[in-house]
Design a binder for this molecule. Structure first.
Ligand code: ADP
Ligand code: GLC
Length: 518
């Protein structure tokens, strides 16, 4: 496997992939990585659940049902398939070396609104069962299509049982079917350590694995079952989505109690920066913008700003800086410090500074309520609570600055979109934000954005204030920084090469001990 020409068979196991199911950047990352690897000649397939919202009419059904062993019995499912579009968000199929997507269809587990939960039940009670089923189904799928991958690449806790099933059974061959996965290796990518899949350990019975595996694989977490922890212990290689976050997660501050587990995996754990899908996120060809633009001709950006101000009902004034923000409203994104009632800084930022602020997102109810209240009290703060691809593109194109005061950020995609759209990021110096943004130096004019270290309402206030000061007083620095950001190359090609090297180094390693216990 040493030669760089070796083409690999790779199965991505994921709970999200654009354009089929998305709650965050995981969905963007998986599809874009799959396409970039296919672009390098690898045979890439994606396995994911067929959620209720994914229309079966657009998919092809594989013949026959698929049995998935579970908890001593068997669950029956169907498999649907389609080829991933060349542009993950768009309709055109990739014709050369397509990425085939397989949807595991099971009415009881996935025939409901929501991916992990809904507004009544934010985390479905049967999630451990649903995703244990999905992980086991990934192997059954390979049998069904008679295609055995060199690499199973699992993403986040919902797929974390894939490396476990591989190590404790599938690699050795189970029942009468021997050896099919004998040379397969597993990779686990952690997109967010804040979500680990921790459930009552009685749920472990759904895996059909013995209690010896529960303890050997380190699922135990204060007498609960931690799916991500089991996956980290069993995967041949583990990575996260930026080098800086990889380092941070080895410390108690960012390790979410798994820093010790990660440190134990030593050199098997690394960070690979996500790329961005440059076909979808490109101001030269973005159909959501009123006019295309590039570093050579920025007139389209001015038109995007005008359209953004109009859509949000703000005065169409080119002279006032527009701060944009798009995010899931969760603690991770620094929303307490920004929107917290009584102490958050958004109110004073908009009250004191000559700027406009546009927000797009949804999530925690208190934050949605606070944001609605800010919009009703402040003339220069406007929000769209909800999800909208079109508006998100318009914010990236039309805003002058993009705010991401994240508490932690494994990679972050929006700051990279912002950079290539000439929209200067205002970010906390953490995780992937630190790997992708360079702080402004007002003496030399260097930098691509504005950064702060400590997360507090006053540091967000001060840093937004600094950016606004530069807008009004250092116009030429702002213009140069924009162009500098737009020239950055965040394409997936580089990251795909790093993943390829990771796969190959896993394949070179003697697979760790395997135990036939299924
Ligand atoms: P995370 O995965 O932690 O949410 P990322 O920055 O990696 O953060 O990715 C978030 C992705 O989800 C981006 O593509 C962003 O534009 C998108 N997104 C988040 N909220 C919304 C929304 N309300 N409408 C449209 N896109 C959204
Ligand atoms: C996660 C992280 C985000 C990252 C994304 C894609 O949701 O929160 O920082 O960009 O996954 O890897």
């Amino acid at each position: 496997m040493g030669s760089s020409n070796v083409k690999l068979k790779i199965l991505m196991c994921t709970s999200e992939a654009v354009p089929y199911a998305k709650t965050g950047g995981l969905a963007d990352a998986v599809s874009a990585l799959a396409l970039a690897l296919a672009g390098r000649g690898h045979q890439v397939r994606i396995a994911m659940p067929r959620y209720y919202g994914i229309n079966r009419e657009n998919l092809t059904k594989l013949e026959g049902a698929m049995g998935v062993p579970m908890g001593g019995g068997e669950q029956w499912s169907a498999v649907y398939t389609t080829a991933l579009g060349e542009t993950p968000g768009g309709p055109a199929k990739r014709t050369k070396n397509p990425v085939q997507v397989y949807f595991i269809d099971h009415e009881g587990f996935f025939g409901r609104e929501g991916i992990y939960g809904n507004s009544f039940e934010p985390d479905f009670l049967d999630n451990p069962r649903r995703f244990a089923f999905f992980c086991r189904a990934c192997f059954q799928l390979c049998r069904k299509i008679d295609w055995y991958p060199d690499v199973v690449h699992a993403h986040d806790w919902p797929a974390a049982l894939v490396p476990v099933f591989l190590k404790y059974g599938e690699r050795r061959g189970i029942s009468s079917e021997t050896g099919s996965f004998a040379n397969t290796v597993s990779i686990l990518t952690i997109h967010n350590l804040g979500y680990q899949g921790i459930y009552g350990k009685d749920n472990f019975s759904f895996t059909s694995l013995g209690w010896d595996v529960f303890y050997q694989a380190g699922f135990d977490d204060w007498n609960m079952m931690n799916l991500l922890k089991g996956g980290i212990n069993c995967a041949d290689k583990i990575n996260t989505v930026s080098p800086n976050y990889a380092r941070e997660t080895l410390t108690p501050t960012h390790g979410f109690r798994l820093d010790g587990t990660l440190r134990y995996r030593g050199n098997d754990y690394s960070g690979i920066l996500n790329g961005i899908d440059t076909a979808t996120w490109n101001p030269r060809s973005d159909r959501c913008l009123p006019a295309p633009y590039s570093a050579d001709d920025m007139t389209g950006k001015a038109k995007a700003k005008e359209a953004l101000q109009r859509i949000f009902g703000l005065p169409e004034d080119p002279a006032v800086p527009v701060i944009g923000m798009i995010c899931r409203l969760t603690e991770q994104k620094g929303i307490g410090e920004l929107f917290g009632p009584a102490y958050g800084s958004a109110w004073s930022i908009c009250r004191d500074m000559n700027l406009q602020f546009v927000f797009l997102g949804s999530g925690e109810a208190w934050a949605e309520q606070e944001i609605r209240s800010l919009s009703s009290r402040l003339p220069n703060f406007k929000a769209h609570i909800g999800y909208s691809e079109e508006i998100s593109h318009l914010i990236e194109g039309g805003a002058d600055f993009f705010l991401m005061p994240s508490r932690y950020e494994p990679c972050g995609l929006n700051q990279m979109y912002s950079l290539v759209y000439g929209t200067l990021p205002i970010v906390r110096n953490t995780g992937g934000l630190a790997d992708t943004v360079q702080n402004y130096n007002q003496h030399t004019g260097e930098g691509t954005g504005f950064m702060f270290d400590h997360l507090s309402p006053s540091s967000i206030y001060d840093t937004v204030g600094w950016a606004v000061w530069a807008w009004y007083n250092r116009k030429s620095d702002i213009e140069t920084m924009r162009i500098r950001g737009m020239k950055k190359n965040f394409s997936w090609n580089k990251s795909a090469l790093e993943y390829q090297n990771l796969y190959k180094s896993a394949l070179k390693q003697q697979p760790p001990g395997c135990f036939a216990v299924l």
